[in-house]
Design a protein around this ligand. Structure first.
Ligand SMILES: [Zn+2]
Length: 151
């Protein structure tokens, strides 16, 4: 499994979650609209005369349904866009490993692994002098595109 697969899998999980919420909201909105239509028609046909109470209730339900429907579809569009942007902007966390032996300047950089912390001593010996290896730095890989913060 490559890193890109992992990233797309995690974004897929998020998009599934958002889609689930949006579909639920859409279903509720549809129920509200159906209820509004029911109230509207039953208000006129059941008694033959118009009932003002049913009309206002139908109006409120219709408005709620319409707002929920438009908001959920807007969220869906927005999240699709954000997820496609997110895919590109996942910053990598890197770990720098140095040798603790005096005079040895062996240095390796690898991707951050769970349990890494600065000054952690590693079991694997230095490839140059077989001395003890130690994590010297953990940092987020900064891309050129990323905006700089002025202090
Ligand atoms: Zn060394």
């Amino acid at each position: 499994m490559t890193k890109n697969d992992q990233a797309s899998a995690s974004t897929k999980k998020i998009s599934n979650y958002i889609t689930m919420i949006v579909v639920t909201v859409m279903a509720l909105a549809a129920i509200a609209l159906i209820l509004a239509a029911n109230l509207y028609y039953s208000g006129t046909t059941a008694t033959g005369s118009t009932q003002s109470g049913d009309y206002s209730a139908a109006g409120v339900l219709a408005v709620i349904g319409a707002i929920a429907l438009s908001m959920s579809s807007f969220t869906l569009l927005q999240s699709r866009r954000q997820i496609s942007e997110m895919k590109i902007e996942i910053p990598k966390v890197m770990t720098t490993i140095g040798c603790s032996s005096v005079g040895c300047d062996a240095k390796t950089v690898r991707e951050f692994q769970r349990g890494d912390f600065v000054y952690k001593e590693l079991d694997a010996p230095c490839q140059k002098c077989s001395g003890k290896q130690m994590i010297t730095a953990i940092y987020k890989e900064v891309k050129d595109k990323e905006k700089k913060y002025n202090v």
